[in-house]
Design a protein around this ligand. Sequence first.
Ligand code: DAH
Length: 339
Amino acid sequence: MQDKIRKHIADIETFTCQSAEELEKFRIHYLGKKGILAELFSAFKNVSPESRKETGQLLNELKDAANGCITRMKESLGKPGQGSEDAIDLTLPVDDSIGSRHPLSITRNRITEIFSRIGFSVEEGPEIESDRYNFGALNFPVNHPARDMQDTFFIEKDPDILLRTHTSSVQIRYMEKHPPPIRSIFPGRVFRNEAISARAHCIFHQVEGLAVDKDVSFADLKQTLLYFAREMFGPQTQIRLRPSFFPFTEPSAELDISCNICGGKGCNICKHTGWVEILGCGMVHPIVLENCGIDSQKNTGYAFGMGIERIAMLKYLVRDIRLYFENDIRFLKQFGSAF
Ligand code: DAH
């Protein structure tokens, strides 16, 4: 009988289990009414007086071992990540949330959908660019500050390989390969060496637009942008164009829309002006057309470029650009969308 008890003690010492159910089976097996201990205690009556003391001690050891094992196992099952049924309640109803699109994807899809509807194709270009596509062919002077290390992430110097700072680079790639008529938009990710703040990030997204053909005019640009603004921000939206400067367009302008928050009355989003800027645009500079092998005597074009983060911030009233990149589920789950 003593050997039997020692064997049980040894078994208990090596016992492990993965679930509360298994542990309960163990408890019943050793400590239950008809369990091993009950059986052994009843057999104890017949033990000879000489070995009674030693057997009794062994029996108590076995009981302590079984109880000790149960306490230990309960503790380890209680710790999360160890297969505990106490920590994860499998009987709870399933979380039926199905996820949602990222607000930047929703906004990009909406922008491309609006322009696709009026005949623009959607094209993409590389994020790693040479100086020519990002600056040179776009008529940036050699000493332009945008070419500075402060603004641009360089991968290699001489010849310069860099992360594109805008999607205007795709204009050049597209015009080199496709003769007019051109009517395309180029969405994509861009990179700038900027300090990260509520208003700026070193990675963001843009959509570039380009139309080149015979007799494309500034009026075409204006009407296209008015259509876009009203589709994006609602039919009551007004636009205004302010003169600006970009090396690759002449004339250049910036487009404001009437503040979609206060309807133009003035609020802190529009800094009480009633207008918010959404994009840069202009007529493609003849030098840029020629750089891409397009005859600027026969063709004219317009271009525009907008930040997707900015459009989404105005659309959804997001006050901090960093929210787009932090993947905080409390932020993301507010944008349920089938689009
Ligand atoms: N590339 C400009 C930027 O990143 C935006 C831009 C302005 C694009 C005017 C254009 C344009 O195509 O015509 O700030």
